[in-house]
Every structure is written in structure tokens, then in C-alpha cells.
Ligand binder design. Structure first.
Ligand SMILES: [Mg+2]
Ligand SMILES: [Zn+2]
Length: 202
């Protein structure tokens, strides 16, 4: 079975986009816009507006991210299962952290043009999803069955279409509310062990 894993708050301990906004952007904008996602803003619209307020050079932000973004224990064990990282964040801020960890993974993410007058996000997929009505991760994963590991809003729709879900934080609460089955995780080696266990007994 294919394995897709979210980046922010799933592989990373904290959401690195939120960390970057707090460090280089406008935290009040984040506080104002975040509750509006799924109400009168799409996640893409939220991200685009928040990063328009970031004016720092990409080099400087990459350096900060490389020094400050922490990954959950067990990334190396999970990487052995060849997951694909699927993120609403930016390839430019994910790849340096993977490189620091000495891990190579396929990454499906957005790209960013770090302009001095405000970062412009280049979204990988802008097509509205037939299920949730906004551009989401689900469309890009369609086809063969998959397992999904995630923590937040961007994972909801893709998790609902997965054969097996590992969830923490607000994704776990969302699945609880809907009465959906999932396995709770805090570290990535827990996920790897559970996936390997299934494989061994199949
Ligand atoms: Mg996340
Ligand atoms: Zn969707």
C-alpha cells in the first residue's frame, strides 16, 4: 500500500509555516485568518495572504528553518517505508530540513517565489476537490489504496479516502467527531512499527 505523510505538525514537531509566520511575517494576520479557513477562505487563500506579508529573503528563512524546525523521533524508521511527503507548505522549506536529517523522500508540495515585496505562493494543484470543494490533497493521491499520516486541516479530506489513517492533534479530533477509525500517534517510529506489524501478519 502507498504511504502518504503530511509535513507540518506530522513529520515536524510544530507547524513550520506557523513558525515562519511568527518569525518573519504577521502573527496577527495568522490569528485573524486561521479561524476563517473552511468558512469564507480556502486553505490556499489563507496561506497566500499570510505569506504575502513575508518579505525576508528565502536564504535567510531557509537558514532559520534549518536551525529551528525539529522533526519527530523515528523519521529514519518511517523513511525506510518510502513514504511520499504531501504538504500544503513549500518545497523550498521542506527539502533543507530533510537534507539536514540525511533523508531523501519524494515531496509533493507547493513552491514559493520569495519576492522582496511579499512571497508569492505557486500552488501545485489549484483544482477544487469534488468532495470538499476546495483545492486539497485528496485529488493528487487518487488511484491505488493508501495509508495516510497527518495532523491538521489540510489532511482531512485525504484522510477520509485512506485505507488506514494515523492521526494526531486536530485531525484526530475531526475524525473523532465524524466517528471515523484511525490510529493515534505521537512519534514516527510508532507509525513505522504499526505499518510493519500489519505487513508481517498479512
Ligand atoms: Mg500538518
Ligand atoms: Zn478534498
Amino acid at each position: 500500500m502507498r504511504l502518504f505523510v503530511d509535513w507540518d505538525g506530522t513529520i515536524t514537531v510544530r507547524d513550520s509555516l506557523v513558525q515562519v509566520i511568527h518569525e518573519f511575517g504577521d502573527a496577527s494576520l495568522l490569528a485573524e485568518l486561521e479561524p476563517r479557513v473552511g468558512v469564507d477562505l480556502t486553505l490556499h487563500e489563507e496561506i497566500a495572504l499570510e505569506f504575502d506579508a513575508v518579505r525576508t529573503s528565502l536564504d535567510e528563512v531557509v537558514e532559520w528553518v534549518t536551525e529551528n524546525v525539529e522533526v519527530r523521533p523515528g523519521l529514519a524508521e518511517l523513511a525506510e517505508l518510502r513514504p511520499v511527503v504531501v504538504s500544503a507548505g513549500f518545497y523550498e522549506l521542506i527539502e533543507p530540513v530533510l537534507r539536514r536529517e540525511g533523508i531523501q523522500l519524494e515531496v509533493l508540495a507547493n513552491r514559493v517565489d520569495a519576492r522582496p515585496d511579499g512571497w508569492r505562493v505557486q500552488f501545485r494543484d489549484e483544482a477544487a476537490c469534488a468532495t470538499c470543494g476546495e483545492p486539497c490533497k485528496r485529488g493528487g493521491l487518487a488511484g491505488e489504496p493508501y495509508a495516510y499520516v497527518g495532523d491538521g486541516y489540510s489532511d482531512r479530506c485525504a484522510a477520509l479516502a485512506a485505507e488506514r489513517v494515523f492521526a494526531r492533534d486536530s485531525l484526530a479530533r475531526h475524525l473523532d467527531d465524524r466517528g471515523m477509525a484511525y490510529e493515534r500517534f505521537e512519534t514516527l517510529d510508532e507509525v513505522a512499527t504499526l505499518l510493519r506489524g500489519t505487513r508481517a501478519t498479512d
